[in-house]
Design a protein around this ligand. Structure first.
Ligand code: COA
Length: 376
């Protein structure tokens, strides 16, 4: 007798575990990290959010200072690893290169395969500190430029932009990057985080779990959507083309990137914050056309027979682009933030681990008779 399991497409609404890290209210449009609404957390810093996600509470000023000093001390990447990355073929996507960077980094780290609590907490710190250094170096390699050493007097966001462009960026851009990092830091059992937990549940290590998570984030239905949004905006090109472009795409039943969500049945609360930040940057740079187009696209999508709301990837695209960031880097930047959540979830998974091993509803044939190959 074959056991029968009932399956739900896309595992929609299936509760796959418990977690005290992140809560989403998809009806009201609220996102909460460890009890704190992201609308409040964006008034702090990414470093503060990181402390909260890992340690479960907000830091005092002294705790944050000490925490930050430790984080900063892990920013530099071994030059041998950078040499490997510079030798990679140029045609790969930066997400492929980032995935490889994390994997190589795990081999270089003597405790890279450890799942002990102390080593794993340290590896979370090491990886999170190095993600901006990796992404900035990969960007510069792609331009034939040398990587820039991190500065230990700058915040996570400020230093990241500095390493990418080779000079400090305006305060408003640093603020936008910092807010972007806070808003993308965690999102419950999203596809990449669940992938990371799944891998970690075999008692594999943090580097392996994060490498897998990067692969999941790359897809256009998940983190890859921010790049896809910018490609869409560029393809539409101008305001007058919005209606015909969208009408055609909708009639062909194509997905409009940056819209829709499995959990939110209203506007993604992260999109609300990013929308105003994108507008502010558009005004400051006197180049608000991408923001204005985005707002018109949202209006079109909301006025249709079946309204579909924007998600986190919609307004982040115009925001980053107006800051002069090339669209190939949008998803790697998402990863620079989401390493916070991935590592928090890997630590939580390992703290009370049981292997994640779901079942499949079998739909194949049964009891067939095997005929030797000579008789077939
Ligand atoms: C996020 C996403 C993958 C969620 O997928 P899901 O929960 O499986 O939802 P579905 O794809 O089944 O969509 C449900 C319905 O809404 C429609 N829909 C969802 N997102 C849509 C979009 N972006 N554009 C057009 N229609 C969309 C589907 O066509 C479907 O319609 P139907 O019931 O008439 O067939 C999906 O909304 C999507 O592909 N969005 C675009 C990619 C994106 O922005 N991803 C980033 C997510 S943060």
């Amino acid at each position: 007798m074959i056991p029968q399991y009932k399956f739900k497409e896309g595992l929609e609404d299936i509760v796959a575990g418990t977690s005290s890290i992140c809560f989403i209210d998809g009806i009201q449009g609220r996102l909460v990290y460890r009890g704190y609404d992201i609308k409040d957390l964006v008034n702090g810093s990414f470093e503060e959010t990181l402390f909260l996600l890992w340690r479960g509470k907000l830091p005092t000023a002294t705790q944050l200072k000490e925490f930050n000093e430790e984080l900063v001390s892990h920013r530099v990447v071994n030059p041998d690893i950078l040499r490997h990355l510079n030798d990679l073929p140029r045609q790969g996507h930066p997400m492929d290169h980032l995935r490889t960077a994390v994997s190589i980094n795990g081999i270089y780290n003597k405790t890279g395969s450890s799942t002990g609590e102390v080593e794993e907490n340290l590896n979370a710190m090491r990886l999170t500190a190095k993600f901006p250094t990796f992404v900035a170096a990969l960007y510069r390699f792609s331009k034939g430029l040398s990587p820039i050493l991190p500065r230990d007097d700058l915040s996570h966001a400020d230093n990241f932009l500095y390493m990418m462009f080779g000079e400090r960026q305006p305060d408003l851009f640093v603020k936008a990057m910092d807010m972007g990092l806070i808003l993308h830091a965690d999102h419950e059992f999203n596809a990449s985080t669940f992938s990371a937990r799944e891998i970690a549940s075999t008692m594999s290590d943090m580097y392996s779990a994060v490498t897998g998570a990067i692969g999941a984030l790359k897809g256009p239905l998940h983190g890859g959507a921010n790049e896809a949004v910018m490609r869409m905006l560029l393809d539409i090109g101008n305001m007058s083309n919005i209606e015909p472009w969208l009408a055609k795409a909708r009639s062909e039943r194509r997905k409009i990137m940056g819209f829709g969500h499995r959990v939110y049945k209203t506007k993604d609360p992260r999109a609300v914050v990013l929308e105003s930040m994108s507008e502010e940057i558009g005004i400051a740079t006197k180049n608000r056309s991408w923001f204005d187009m985005s707002r018109s696209i949202e209006a079109y999508m909301l006025n249709s027979d079946k309204p579909i709301y924007p998600n986190v990837d919609f307004y982040s695209a115009s925001m980053y682009y107006q800051m002069g960031i090339p669209f190939e880097l949008f998803t790697p930047i998402f990863a620079v933030s989401r390493i916070a959540g991935w590592s928090a979830h890997i630590l939580e998974q390992h703290a009370r681990n049981r292997i994640i091993r779901p079942a499949a509803e079998y739909t194949g044939p049964e009891s067939l008779t095997y005929i030797p190959i000579t008789d077939r």
